[in-house]
Design a protein around this ligand. Structure first.
Ligand code: PGA
Length: 255
């Protein structure tokens, strides 16, 4: 049984102060929730206060990106060890906004995933097709290329412990959600591909989230799909009520 992971990707929103007051509210809202793993990914300056505010609660903290080198003269970059020491358990890698605006390649994703695992962080590896690729019937090919490229060089045991997030680019921040059936189809395809690359046990263990305009209203139907193991939530993770609503929907579905 895979524990669903509901993760909030705050992107470039919320100051350290705003992050702390959000987490205080969220802790109360989800105090009785069991069977769902809860994660928030604030911007770098908010990581330490967020991790302190979340201490002693089920809320875990992750980062939105990192660099693969351990340390050095890389102005503006942040290492996996720094994130670990800041209180992070997770790190999002290869988000479509990183690919689109900052030129992140599958090769860079693989190097970051390797470095994250070496530092004891759990990577959330994001994959997803654009609308043009979907219309041209290239979804499966694009996803396979991103999964193969992003997991390059990893051992089965490492893949079993990480998280893949399927996020169709056309569904991110647009209010357009993939239908539960379409999302399930791609998540199942990713799992089958992991089985081919590795083995059935690894495929059964790896958690595969869906992301792209997840809201309290559509969360239950998405989370009810057999191969959707949680959600990566952008916009709706910025309001306590919405994010708690998604967490509760995931819990209800798993009962
Ligand atoms: P959204 O973002 O929920 O605002 O569509 C999802 C994401 O980018 O992870």
């Amino acid at each position: 049984m895979r524990t669903p992971l509901i993760a909030g990707n705050w992107k470039m929103y919320k100051t350290p102060r705003e992050a702390v007051s959000f987490i205080r509210e969220l802790k109360t809202a989800v105090a009785d929730v069991e069977g769902v793993e809860i994660l928030l990914c604030p911007a770098f300056p908010a990581l330490v206060p967020a991790a302190e505010a979340a201490q002693g609660s089920p809320v875990k903290i992750g980062a939105q990106d990192m660099y693969w080198e351990r340390e050095g003269a890389f102005t503006g970059q942040v290492s996996a060890a720094m994130l670990r020491d800041a209180g992070c358990d997770y790190v999002i890698i290869g988000h479509s906004e990183r690919r689109q605006y900052f030129g992140e390649t599958d090769e860079a994703v693989a190097r970051k995933v390797r470095a994250a695992l070496d530092a004891g962080l759990t990577p959330i590896v994001c994959v997803g097709e654009t609308i043009d690729q979907r219309r041209a019937d290239q979804t499966a090919a694009v996803i396979e290329r991103q999964v193969r490229g992003g997991l390059e060089g990893l051992r089965a045991r490492e893949v079993a412990g990480l998280v893949v997030a399927y996020e169709p680019v056309w569904a991110i921040g647009t209010g357009l959600t993939a239908s539960p059936e379409d999302a399930q189809q791609v998540n199942a395809l990713i799992r089958a591909f992991v089985a081919r690359l590795y083995d059935a046990g690894t495929a059964a263990a790896v958690r595969i989230q869906y992301g792209g305009s997840v809201k309290p209203a559509n969360a239950a139907s998405l989370m009810g799909q057999p191969d959707i193991d949680g959600a990566l939530v952008g916009g709706a993770s910025l309001k306590t009520e919405d994010f708690a609503g998604i967490i509760k929907a995931a819990r209800e579905v798993r009962k």
